[in-house]
Design a protein around this ligand. Structure first.
Ligand SMILES: Cc1cc2nc3c(=O)[nH]c(=O)nc-3n(C[C@H](O)[C@H](O)[C@H](O)COP(=O)(O)OP(=O)(O)OC[C@H]3O[C@@H](n4cnc5c(N)ncnc54)[C@H](O)[C@@H]3O)c2cc1C
Length: 222
């Protein structure tokens, strides 16, 4: 498999960093080809604007999706965006590694989606959901929380984590056509003992061995 792993965490030594490296090492050891985007290390700019493009369709009024469709026709994406789009187009499996921040992805990853999932190139017209551009490819979230498992069930303190993740799994990944695998979740790593955290990393390193046989996860619809 061609695996594209994206990391959104500002600290290299974080547990998220450890999970990212665990995945990269495990997939590589399993004979898979791996490409990565460590967004903070790359100093990825998450703010959208005219700098997304080297082409201009309308110099008087900036409408991002119009410029995206034009850039799709005219090979007009800026280098940082083109590089990321090509990695998404290249992969069979995309993994997003991130800490849950405010019930969502950290801003740097949200901005990556805003800029990289471009109309025309990655979705558009009827090329969405089951007919999406990335139909036949798979994606998976790997995330950590601050809260413990009981906080993330329906009726719990924070509520159903699957519902919290739906804007990401349904509104981003499935929207552009990816089949979504069950998320890898570590609840409250900071509350765990060192040995428990090590054990979870060891268990995660096993997942690539059978991931090709995994069935899609039911992310739920609105
Ligand atoms: C802006 C913001 C918004 C947030 N919103 C939410 C929210 O909506 N919901 C929620 O539940 N939480 C929220 N949080 C909390 C956040 O989700 C957690 O702090 C985060 O998920 C923990 O992951 P981490 O990688 O940052 O952990 P870290 O604190 O980096 O790591 C946890 C522990 O793991 C250790 N560790 C690192 N590497 C290894 C290794 N190789 N082996 C063993 N141990 C290791 C570290 O030393 C540390 O002791 C928020 C936090 C912020 C900053």
């Amino acid at each position: 498999m061609k695996v594209f792993a994206v990391l959104a965490h500002p600290e290299h030594q974080s547990f998220n960093g450890a999970m990212f490296r665990t995945a990269v090492e495990a997939f590589t050891a399993g004979g898979h080809e791996v490409r990565t985007s460590d967004l903070h290390a790359m100093q990825f700019d998450p703010v959208s604007g005219r700098h997304n493009f080297i082409t201009v369709k309308d110099p008087d009024y900036f409408k991002q999706q119009i410029e995206e469709m034009h850039a799709t026709e005219a090979y007009g994406f800026a280098e940082d965006i083109e590089n990321e789009i090509q990695k998404v187009e290249w992969c069979d499996l995309m993994i997003w590694q991130f800490p849950l921040w405010w019930f969502g992805v950290p801003g740097i990853l949200k901005g990556w989606v805003d800029r990289v999932f471009a109309m025309g190139r990655t979705y558009g017209g009827d090329r969405i959901y089951g007919n999406g551009v990335f139909k036949g490819r798979r994606a998976m979230l790997s995330l950590t929380t601050g809260g413990p498992p009981p906080a993330y069930v329906k009726g719990g303190f924070n509520g159903d984590l699957n519902a919290i993740l739906r804007p990401i799994q349904r509104g981003m990944l499935q929207f552009v056509g990816f089949e979504v695998l069950a998320p890898q979740i570590v609840y409250g790593p900071v509350r765990l003992e060192q040995g428990q955290r090590t054990g979870l990393l060891t268990a995660y390193a096993e997942r690539p061995k059978a991931i090709q046989d995994e069935k899609p996860f039911d992310v739920g619809i609105y």
